[in-house]
Design a protein. Structure first.
Ligand SMILES: Cc1cc2nc3c(=O)[nH]c(=O)nc-3n(C[C@H](O)[C@H](O)[C@H](O)COP(=O)(O)OP(=O)(O)OC[C@H]3O[C@@H](n4cnc5c(N)ncnc54)[C@H](O)[C@@H]3O)c2cc1C
Length: 313
């Protein structure tokens, strides 16, 4: 009988591993907490940038290779994880790094402040299922905290929904070398450079304005430093998205399998896919932190090789 492998998470790393393993005749079962496969490719990157039909077609290619998808199934309890690790010869944890970094300032508890991923997922579900939007930017003054790719995805989505105004608070200076966004909005109109939020202002329990401060941001060998300038300003904001990066994997997935990530071993410079449990492997953003699709795919393929080496022992 061919060895049985369970993969937790159906993002690009999990899918790449599934393809390699199923092609080599292994029996692969993928567990996914969302209702569709694809990870961030499905529910993070907007449909206007990455057509979701292509992701669903990719899942069909895997099904044709014999891969089984078990959707709407979150593996976050030790008893279920332990059943899976006994039932399967190997488990590959490919759960991504979706633990979003938060901003802890006055007023964070107010209504209409969301993490970027909540917004992007809601919009994609609306487009695919026709469900009403829970978070609608139409007619709103939208501010996105953070100036990177995830923030750009929120800007483009808010513009497509008919926002009244859209602004990004970007801690870097305009001269900082960053690649231009792939959408056709004018960054100079949208981005407020060298600014961050220091307070959200309350109106009847909802956010209505952001108090901003000018900042200087430097990055050196010891990390990064934010210098506040005490030059306050205010901007109208009735819908806010927090897009200031990710801290790593959501712990409950790792805790369920009782594995710990040693960041000195599991980082982008190493090719270590094993964990402290001999039949449990890890790859993609869950292993190396938030990254890029091409690295996730590469990690999935390399993890498949590591699994096959283990199985052949
Ligand atoms: C908004 C956004 C836009 C991006 N845009 C780009 C881009 O344009 N180009 C690029 O190269 N990279 C981009 N990236 C980065 C890229 O998408 C990721 O590096 C890549 O998707 C990581 O793949 P992964 O398979 O490791 O994890 P993910 O894609 O995060 O997939 C992990 C999967 O595991 C599932 N999961 C998590 N926990 C559990 C659990 N306990 N039980 C069951 N299932 C679970 C999740 O639901 C998810 O489906 C973007 C990232 C974000 C956040």
């Amino acid at each position: 009988m061919s060895p049985k492998i369970a993969i937790i998470g159906t993002g690009p790393s999990g899918m790449a591993a599934a393809q390699a393993l199923a092609t080599n005749g292994h029996s692969v079962t993928m567990y996914e907490k969302a209702d569709r496969p694809g990870g961030i490719l499905m529910y993070g990157i907007p449909h206007m940038k990455l057509n979701k039909n292509n992701i669903l077609k990719k899942a069909d290619v895997l099904r044709n290779l014999g891969v089984e998808f078990i959707l709407n199934t979150k593996i976050d309890k030790q008893n279920i994880a332990s059943k899976i690790s006994k039932e399967f010869d190997c488990v590959l944890v490919a759960t991504g790094a979706e633990h979003a970094r938060d901003i802890s300032i006055d007023g964070r508890q107010l209504n209409n402040i969301f993490f970027a991923m909540e917004y992007l997922k809601d919009n994609t579900k609306h487009l695919l299922d026709g469900t009403p939007l829970d978070i609608d930017a139409k007619g709103k003054n939208v501010v996105i905290i953070g100036g990177g790719d995830t923030s750009n995805d929120c800007v483009a989505t808010a513009i497509s929904q008919g926002a009244l105004s859209v602004k990004q608070l970007e801690i870097h200076s305009k001269n900082n070398e960053r690649k231009k966004n792939v959408y056709d909005f004018d960054e100079d109109e949208v981005k407020l450079y060298e600014k961050t939020a220091v307070k959200f202002i309350d109106k009847d329990g909802c956010v209505s304005k952001i108090v901003t401060d000018n900042v200087g941001f430097t990055r050196d060998e010891n990390g990064s430093k934010l210098e506040f300038k005490n030059q306050y300003g205010e901007i109208d904001a009735d819908l806010i998205f927090v897009a200031i990066g990710f801290l790593g994997p959501i712990e409950e997935g790792l805790n369920a399998f009782d594995i710990e990530i040693d960041k000195t071993k599991h980082n982008r410079d190493t090719k270590i896919f094993t964990t402290d449990k001999e039949n449990i492997f890890i790859c993609g953003d869950a292993r190396r932190g938030q990254s890029l699709i091409k690295y996730a795919i590469g990690e999935g393929k390399m993890a498949a090789i590591a699994i096959e080496e283990y199985l052949s022992k």
